[in-house]
Design a protein around this ligand. Structure first.
Ligand code: G3I
Length: 474
């Protein structure tokens, strides 16, 4: 049996996801079934890395709608969490965990013991072996304890191998020997017995010297009874170079009695992208999804950032990029539809919503005045995201709607909308339904949203009216 993808009731998750969909999806793909819903139906999770500065606006909207797992991109790493010895900075990671909880997503903790992104007090501390051991155990214990019950999978040890399959010569191995790995896993298990504990590495997707080293380690840990639940395969690929034996390699690890997961998937290319490269990239994403889906113990796939605007690739590999499923304008690429298709979705871009009113709309609008509006806003210094829900509180179904309202003060300019067309004339806003959400049954609601720039002030607007009739506002 494939492991249940997401903790808690799958039905509740699906319902919650469905509730979120209409609020947050950009109109270009609003009619698609979200990847998370498709993934859950297949028994896996579909995750993304996310950073603290992506928790508002369009990135938050897409992440919360399309993905059911979040890996903090940097915020749980040692330099972020414990910048000063014994003093913890949980804020950024806590924010991501809160975002995940608010959107019914699970969290992959990344990471506890790694050679990189360590604070300078640790790397230049000249500690004795015993001191370093105790520092490591305390850090693992404190961090896992802080997130106990909130993190489903932990990357306890990250990137412990060299390319030739020997242990990486880093702070941990050089002073503590390979036993640091078992010690870290054991401390993590003691701190949260329910968290799934992983070793995570890159260039281990195919069968090669490095993955053989990892395989032998996992086999040995299992034989010794060291707590290890899974192996993460980062999967930072180069265009056209997904190893043909990825699935077989995942399976050989699974046969050791551990779960496996694709934890940091991206497929980079020389930029600029073109249609040929994007199609190859889509094929690469398809291959990875099918490799995971083909292994019963592969529990999920995480992309390392879902959009090209914030991907780590261009700054690390100059001249390369375009590695993720969404482009720099947050529009889905062929790779997005490849993932969707591999998960059982239709895998094709939706047709553009018509600009003229749908033919199903009645020639005379239904009576207004029976509506309740909820206006929610996430605001930052120069911009905001508004999410608006309209409830039909009347006794007749609505078929086709126009919501109007007025800006109270300040200057606001709409930059993007989803699930409605939103226009502005002076201080007057007008939102009209799209082809697929014109109907609101009695007692039902529909939601849409928009991004806008603002200056001066940005108070809650006034005078909401649906099809000409005033609405209550909360
Ligand atoms: O926060 C500072 C900011 O104050 C400063 O202005 C800016 C200038 O460069 O740097 C910012 O820090 C950057 C940090 O990401 C946060 O954005 C670092 O320079 C940058 O090196 C760091 O890169 C991260 C990288 O790990 C570090 O190794 C990437 O975001 C992150 O995606 C990447 O993730 C790793 C996984 O953890 C492990 N597997 C490989 C993967 C990709 O490298």
């Amino acid at each position: 049996m494939r492991r249940s993808a997401v903790g808690g009731s799958a039905v509740a998750m699906l319902a919650a996801a469905a509730a979120l969909v209409s609020v947050t999806m950009p109109s270009a793909h609003a009619a698609d079934t979200p990847l998370r819903t498709l993934a859950e139906a297949k028994g896996i999770y579909m995750g993304t890395a996310l950073m603290q500065n992506e928790l508002t606006g369009i990135s938050a909207s897409i992440a919360g709608t399309q993905f059911d797992s979040v890996t903090p991109g940097n915020e749980m790493k040692w330099e972020s969490v414990e910048p000063t010895r014994g003093t913890y900075n949980w804020g950024p990671a806590d924010q991501i965990v809160s975002f995940a909880q608010a959107n019914n997503m699970q969290v992959r903790g990344h990471n506890l013991v790694w050679h990189s992104q360590l604070p300078s007090w640790l790397t230049s501390g000249s500690f004795t072996n015993q001191q370093l051991h105790d520092i490591m155990i305390k850090h693992v214990t404190d961090e896992v304890t802080h997130f106990k019950g909130k993190v489903v999978h932990w990357d306890v040890v990250n990137e412990p191998f060299n390319e030739d399959g020997t242990f990486r010569s880093d702070l941990w191995y050089n002073q503590l020997g390979s036993s640091y790995i078992a010690d870290a896993l054991t401390a993590a298990r003691a701190a949260d017995p329910n968290a799934k504990l992983y070793i995570n590495d890159y260039n281990v997707e195919g069968e090669n010297a490095k993955s053989n080293g990892l395989y032998n380690l996992v086999k040995s840990l299992k034989q010794q009874g060291v707590p290890i639940d899974g192996v993460g395969f980062q999967a930072h690929f180069i265009l056209g170079q997904v190893p043909s034996d990825f699935k077989a390699n995942l399976q050989r690890f699974a046969d050791l009695g551990v779960d496996v997961a694709v934890t940091e998937l991206d497929v980079r290319m020389q930029t600029p992208a073109d249609s040929t490269k994007l199609q190859q990239q889509a094929n690469d994403y398809t291959a990875v999804m099918n490799d995971c889906l083909g292994v019963t113990r592969c529990v999920g796939v995480t992309v390392w950032g879902f959009n090209d605007a914030t991907s780590w690739v261009p700054s690390t590999f100059p001249g390369q990029g375009a590695a993720t499923p969404y482009d720099e304008n947050y529009q889905p690429k062929p790779a997005y539809y490849a993932i969707q298709a591999a998960l059982g979705g239709n895998g094709t871009p939706p047709t553009t919503p018509p600009t003229s009113p749908p033919t199903t709309q009645p020639s005379t609008p239904p009576p207004g005045g029976n509506c309740a509006v909820t206006y929610g806003v996430n605001q930052w210094n120069t911009g905001f995201t508004a999410n608006i829900t309209v409830k039909n509180t009347g006794s007749a179904p609505i078929s086709g709607w126009t919501l109007t309202w007025n800006q109270a003060s300040g200057t606001q300019t709409v930059t993007q909308a989803w699930n409605a067309t939103v226009t502005k004339s002076g201080t007057a806003y007008t939102a009209k339904n799209l082809s697929y959400n014109g109907a609101i049954a009695v007692g039902a609601s529909t939601s849409f949203g928009f991004n806008a720039d603002w200056s001066g002030s940005n108070p809650t607007p006034t005078g909401f009216a649906l099809n000409g009739g005033a609405c209550t506002v909360s």
